[in-house]
Unconditional design. Structure first.
Length: 155
């Protein structure tokens, strides 16, 4: 049975997300990740910024092959089981209506996917997100394979 959260009010939906978020945030892998972020960036504001951007990435779980990628009638839906967990995610309809999409791409292992994202490759989940309102923040390692004629700027 498929559950739709589109009939929930905004505050009920935010509250539900908060409860799921708290449970998810206290899992061991997240505690370790946050500890690593804080220890790597000794500045409290920088740690908060990096941690906030890292955490914000959980708002859209776009996993290849997941049935949630085909949801067209709800803004929020439950994913299938991925890495032992089921997630609540924003769906393409609301992502594509947003004013801005921020992609944060780090590490050389993401270089190939970044190149495919910039080529608007619809065979990957990120390639189905409108690119006309997207901003990509990528580190030097991730930019490694990007087409040199693209609009990518490396800081």
């Amino acid at each position: 049975m498929e559950t739709s959260y589109s009939s929930l009010g905004l505050f009920a939906l935010l509250g539900l997300g908060f409860v799921f978020g708290l449970k998810h945030a206290t899992e061991v892998d997240h505690v370790i990740a946050v500890s690593a972020i804080v220890s790597e960036h000794r500045n409290v504001l920088r740690s908060a910024l990096v941690g906030g951007l890292w955490g914000a990435g959980h708002t859209a779980s776009l996993v290849p092959g997941d049935p949630v990628l085909d949801v067209k009638d709800a803004d929020v839906a439950l994913t299938g089981i991925y890495q032992g967990r089921q997630r609540m995610t924003l769906t393409y309809p609301i992502i594509n209506r947003s004013r801005l999409v921020l992609w944060l791409v780090t590490g050389s292992e993401k270089a190939g996917m970044l190149a495919r994202l910039q080529a608007s490759d619809v065979s990957i989940p990120a390639g189905r997100v409108r690119s006309d309102h997207a901003v990509v923040l990528a580190d030097r390692a991730a930019v490694g394979l990007v087409d040199k004629t693209s609009k990518t700027e490396v800081a």
